[in-house]
Design a protein around this ligand. Structure first.
Ligand code: SF4
Length: 62
């Protein structure tokens, strides 16, 4: 499974970076940067990030 963020929906709110800082962060310009791959041990954080995104921009794809 890989993380996918819909850049059209994403408004760089950053809630995902709070929930799962290992995979999501806002860069110095305030834009979301993220890693598609994640360790299984971080799945709870990734699911929290998905749930916390106010624009439902994050999905998991196989
Ligand atoms: S929480 Fe959602 S809208 Fe905010 S930066 Fe993350 S993916 Fe984008």
């Amino acid at each position: 499974m890989k993380i996918f963020v819909d850049r059209v929906k994403c408004q760089n709110h950053g809630q995902c970076a709070i929930s799962a800082p290992t995979n999501f962060e806002l860069d110095s310009d305030g834009e979301l940067q993220y890693q598609e791959s994640f360790d299984e041990e971080n799945i709870d954080d990734i699911e929290d990030a998905i749930d916390s995104c106010p624009l439902q921009a994050i999905t998991l794809k196989s």
